[in-house]
Structure formats: structure tokens, C-alpha cells
Design a protein around this ligand. Structure first.
Ligand code: PLP
Length: 399
């Protein structure tokens, strides 16, 4: 007998946070560890955003706010959707939540019933399946490996839809692969969705601004006829280095937005008032600093991809967005470590890299496509070079 609910027993702690914590613990214990597990930019929050937060505190914005966001932030979100995505949302179509994860959690919690299905393309962001399962529904995976550019096809989508399907989750640029769907590819998926009016679309656009040579596109803009059943999710975490501030937001149908406010009113109440003021400044302020940051990420991406592709047993695609690479490590499976252990799974590979060389990565099993692992290159070039050299040495030492 356990005191814990069935719902909590259906899910696992976030594996990326587990790796981050493990790396931090080893570091504290004196090991020379390079953590490539965390999905957060290493750049500071822009000054004008920090100033807005300080001004908010001093100006007395220390009280409860509207449950699902201040009007100022909702207006800023509306402006952002119009400016960046050509999307018109009314004030009653915008919600602000405690991080993008919370936005997604709320949306699924207020729409899913036991037995419902949610289509999740794999590799997937670790939290989607667990949130779906927490809600009593079933994730239905569509696998798209390195050979498919980590992108699902319309035929795969068609085959995965059943009468029980409630949502398709789209995430482009993707965590963990960095794959980006082009406008045409989104339009082709839209064709399938058009024929299946019972399926809603959760477009997780969290990495919108970290994109290299492809122009970002989101489905409610590409397929305006799907606007009424699309939730467009975004947030302040990745673009503005505000991971700790916990601000996520979405635009979507008013009825869904209202239901999200209802659950939020009975759980977190409003997101932090000060973080909301800062996010308002971030969205309304100059956006040109993003360009320089993207170029920094591009340099790191190129370095990491090149070094991994010169590594015995690894094959790494060049991602078009986000700050992750997802090298295939099939060439390491079945090989022996200097200590005589056989690497049977990508979890063994990740364990070996941490043990042998102090490099913390997240194994592909956590994202639903194996054998592979995820590296976050949101860290300095020096550390990335050091980490990739260590990975090369570890892989070269295998028999
Ligand atoms: N969606 C994706 C694909 C992510 O990678 C993340 C964070 O890692 C989130 C949503 C949630 O971001 P946050 O809750 O920090 O706003």
C-alpha cells in the first residue's frame, strides 16, 4: 500500500533535471565535470530586462496579479504573436503561466480524459509523455530517427490518428534534436489535420528564436484554418535567458484559455508579478541582441558537430535550431570499456562518459529514440571543446 496517487506513480522525475543534479553533485564532490545536460542558455538576462524587474519591485508590483497574467504582459504577448508570427489573438485568447512547462501541463490537464490519446513525435521533449500520462491519457509515439532528419511525415501522422486522438504535439525547433520543420512540411502535416477535425494541435515554439538557416514557421500561421484548434505555446526562458524566472505563455481558443485560468486559479494563482514585469519588458523591448546570440550558438553548433563526427562510433546531424545535438551512438553499442564492461544501451554510454571523462550528457532513451544521446551546447566554446575532446578520448578507448 502506498499513500501516493496512481497519477504520480505513472510518471518519472524529469531525466534532464536528474542528470543536471548528478553532474552538480559530482562537481561538489570535487570531480572535474562538464555538464552538458541542462537546457538553458549560459548568456545573462539582458540588462533592460533586469532593470524592469528591479523597477517593478521598487514600484510596488509585489501583489497578486490577474490569475493568468497582467494586462500589460498579455498585451505584450499579443504584440509578440502579431510581430513574430502574424497571429492575431484577443486578450481573452492569451494565457500566462509559470513557465512553458506549466502552460503545457495546464493545457493537457484541462482537456484530457482517461483513455484519450496524444500524438507525440519522437525523439520528444522528456516532459510530454509524462504530463500526458499524469492526466490519465496515453502518449502515442511516432518515431523519426536521424535518417528521417528527426521529422515525421504526413503518412506517419495519418497512421497514428485514431478516434481517441485529442492532440498532436509539434515542437520545432526541437528539443532534443534541433530539427526544424519548414513551412512546406508544416503545411503537409496540416493537410492531414484538416481531414481530422477532432485533433487539436499544441505547437511548442519555445525555441523559435534560436534558429539558423531556416525561417521559423508555426502551424496557426501556416494553416489559418487550424487556428481555432491550435494552442501556440512559447515563453521567456530560452530567448531571453529567463529560465529561472518561470514565464510561459500561449495563444489559443478562448474556451481553452478560460479553462487554463480556472485550473491556475486553484493551483499556482498568478505567475510571479516581478517576473511578469520583466517578461513584458523582454517582449516589448529591442530584439536585435537575439541575432548575436544565435551567431554564438551557430559557432558552437558547428564546433560540436564537427568534433563529434570525427569521433569513433558517433554520427551527428547538423541541427537547424535550438541548442542541442543528438548524435547517434549505434557504433558504440556492444563495445567494451577499458574496465571490461560492455556498453549495451545508450544509458550505459552516458554512464561511461560521465564515469570515464566527467562529461554529463542525457541518454537517448529519455527522449524515445535510441541509441543516441543529447548534448546541450549552451555553454562556452572552451568547455565544449574540452568536452568533445574528452568524448573522443573515451570513445577511442573502447575495444
Ligand atoms: N518546451 C520545450 C521543448 C523545452 O525544451 C522546454 C524547456 O526545456 C519547455 C517547453 C519549457 O520551458 P520553461 O518551462 O522553462 O518555460
Amino acid at each position: 500500500m502506498t499513500f501516493l496517487s496512481d497519477a504520480i506513480q505513472r510518471i518519472q522525475p524529469s531525466p534532464t533535471l536528474v542528470v543536471t543534479q548528478k553532474a552538480a553533485a559530482l562537481k561538489e564532490a570535487g570531480r572535474n565535470v562538464i555538464g552538458l545536460g541542462a537546457g538553458e542558455p549560459d548568456m545573462p538576462v539582458p540588462d533592460f530586462v533586469a532593470e524592469a524587474a528591479i523597477a517593478a519591485i521598487r514600484g510596488g508590483q509585489n501583489k497578486y496579479t490577474n490569475v493568468d497574467g497582467t494586462n500589460a504582459l498579455k498585451e505584450a504577448v499579443r504584440g509578440k504573436f502579431k510581430r513574430d508570427n502574424n497571429l492575431d489573438y484577443g486578450l481573452d485568447q492569451v494565457t500566462v503561466n509559470v513557465g512553458g512547462k506549466h502552460t503545457i501541463f495546464n493545457a493537457l490537464l484541462v482537456t484530457l480524459n482517461p483513455g484519450d490519446e496524444v500524438i507525440v513525435p519522437a525523439p520528444y521533449w522528456v516532459s510530454y509523455p509524462d504530463i500526458v500520462q499524469f492526466c490519465g491519457a496515453k502518449p502515442v509515439f511516432i518515431s523519426a530517427g536521424i535518417e528521417a532528419g528527426f521529422k515525421i511525415t504526413p503518412a506517419q501522422l495519418e497512421a497514428a490518428i485514431t478516434p481517441k486522438t485529442r492532440w498532436l504535439i509539434l515542437n520545432s525547433p526541437s528539443n532534443p534534436t534541433g530539427a526544424v520543420y519548414t513551412r512546406d512540411e508544416i503545411a503537409a502535416l496540416g493537410e492531414v489535420l484538416r481531414r481530422n477535425p477532432h485533433v487539436w494541435i499544441l505547437s511548442d515554439d519555445m525555441y523559435e528564436h534560436i534558429i539558423y538557416d531556416i525561417k521559423f514557421a508555426t502551424i496557426a500561421d501556416v494553416c489559418p484554418d487550424l487556428y481555432d484548434r491550435t494552442l501556440t505555446v512559447n515563453g521567456a526562458s530560452k530567448a531571453y535567458s529567463m529560465t529561472g524566472w518561470r514565464i510561459g505563455f500561449a495563444g489559443g481558443p478562448a474556451q481553452l484559455i478560460k479553462a487554463i485560468a480556472k485550473i491556475q486559479s486553484q493551483s499556482t494563482t498568478n505567475p510571479c508579478a516581478i517576473a511578469q514585469a520583466a517578461a513584458t519588458a523582454a517582449l516589448n523591448g529591442p530584439q536585435d541582441f537575439l541575432k548575436a546570440r544565435v551567431e554564438t550558438f551557430r559557432g558552437r553548433r558547428d564546433l560540436v558537430v564537427s568534433m563529434l563526427n570525427q569521433t569513433d562510433g558517433l554520427k551527428c546531424a547538423t541541427p537547424d535550431g535550438a541548442f542541442y545535438v543528438y548524435p547517434d551512438c549505434a557504433g558504440l553499442i556492444g563495445r567494451k570499456t577499458p574496465a571490461g564492461d560492455v556498453l549495451a544501451t545508450d544509458e550505459d554510454v552516458a554512464g561511461y562518459l560521465l564515469e570515464a571523462e566527467g562529461v554529463a550528457v542525457v541518454h537517448g532513451g529519455a527522449f524515445g529514440v535510441s541509441p543516441a544521446f543529447r548534448i546541450s551546447y549552451a555553454t562556452s566554446t572552451e568547455l565544449l571543446e574540452d568536452a568533445c575532446t574528452r568524448i573522443q578520448r573515451a570513445c577511442g578507448a573502447l575495444k
